[in-house]
Design a protein around this ligand. Structure first.
Ligand code: GTP
Ligand code: MG
Length: 344
């Protein structure tokens, strides 16, 4: 039997923490009120000391499951990390690489002229050098780590909820962070259920915010978490009322937060441009790009690198939770798209 004591604000907090650390089978053995801190301080807050236990073999089984999942994730990352793209025979036609994106094409032509090289066939190394030298200031060079509070906004169906599930699993399972989820997508019951299902699988807390006024209370309930991920309802860039509505919720959040705009690489370039513009109202300060697996061209890549300087933190390439997400450096984004071109 493994026994642990938790000093917490209420029973709920104790249970959630115990489920994180020991597994969902953990049971409460006893609890009592305590006043931790120096005895001579009369302002010490009353807390609850809860003793929780779990059978050793169940705890071991839970731990092994977690470790197995971590290993799979690590293996997939390693596989992706070492493709040999440099060789000449792996070159691609320039019209494919630049996908008719005029500005990028012009820059490529100028670059080839300057370096006296043919422009028709592009190797991966050439592409990398070109981007590196041409776009000194670009969004793929920067990064913005997850903060204590993170809000995910963006058009409908781009993968906000799925991305939250991926990040929550990774942060919780791989990095041992205490993660809490909040959904303000109360337009659709199914959307709340979707997030709650992920939370249930992981055994992490999930709060629903029904109106902007509830935001602070729900955040403070999760204040013991290392990070809080907030899901929002999808809003097309044409739906200004809904964007305005989301703003009311986001404005209620105090303190440091990251506002991630989630964009799909499979949406058309014009739509993404109008999203970038309309969502400025919500002050996004970082981006996540999804659905790389659904595209076989660099169209959106060129568009983003030309027109956007907000850091891009993650990119997603499939529906699998939690595997199909990675931190987005210029190198791994170029690599991913390069291999998709090869599979064409
Ligand atoms: N192929 C692919 N599908 C994805 C990716 N990310 C999410 N999806 C799928 O896209 C669909 C929509 O994902 P959601 O996470 O529900 O999208 P959302 O932005 O929360 O949608 P709304 O809440 O309706 O605005 C689901 O079927 C996901 O599995 C990705 O990177 N690649
Ligand atoms: Mg959603």
């Amino acid at each position: 039997m493994i026994i642990r004591k938790y000093i917490v604000n209420d029973m709920r907090e104790a249970l959630v923490r115990a489920k994180y650390e020991l597994g969902k089978e953990a049971i409460i053995i006893s609890h009592k009120k305590v006043r931790p801190g120096n005895w001579f301080n009369p302002f010490r807050k009353k807390r609850l000391e809860v003793t929780i236990a779990i059978e050793e073999d169940i705890h071991e089984k839970n731990k092994t499951k977690k470790e197995e999942l971590e290993r799979t994730v690590k293996k997939r990352m390693a596989e992706k990390a070492s493709p040999d793209f440099a060789s000449k025979k792996n070159s691609r036609r320039f019209d494919k690489v630049f996908s008719n994106q005029e500005r990028a094409l012009e820059r490529w032509e100028a670059y080839c002229k300057k370096n006296s090289m043919p422009q028709e066939d592009v190797t991966f190394e050439e592409l990398k050098s070109f981007v590196g030298e041409t776009y000194l200031e670009n969004a793929f060079y920067k990064e913005l780590k997850l903060s204590k509070i993170n809000v995910f906004i963006g058009p409908t169906g781009v993968g906000k909820t799925t991305t939250i599930a991926k990040l929550a699993s990774k942060e919780y399972l791989q990095n041992g962070q205490k993660v809490g989820l909040i959904t303000i997508d109360t337009y659709r019951i199914a959307a709340v259920e979707q997030l709650k299902t992920y939370a249930g699988i992981l055994g992490i807390p999930c709060e629903t915010v029904n109106e902007p006024g509830e935001m602070r209370k729900k955040i403070s309930r999760l204040s013991y978490c290392d990070m809080i991920l907030i899901d929002t309802v999808g809003a097309s860039p044409k739906n200004e009322d809904r964007i305005e509505d989301i703003k009311k919720y986001v404005d209620e959040i105090d303190g440091d937060k990251n506002n991630y705009l989630v964009l799909s690489m499979s949406a058309d370039v014009d739509t993404n441009n109008s999203v970038l513009k309309k969502y400025k109202e919500l002050n996004y300060d970082s981006m996540i790009l999804t659905k790389f697996d659904e595209v076989k061209n660099y169209k959106n890549f060129w568009n983003i690198i030309e027109n956007n300087v907000v850091p891009i933190q993650y990119f997603c390439y499939g529906q699998n939770v939690p595997e199909d997400i990675e931190e987005s450096s210029l190198e791994n984004v170029l690599t991913y798209l390069w291999s998709e071109l090869a599979n064409d």
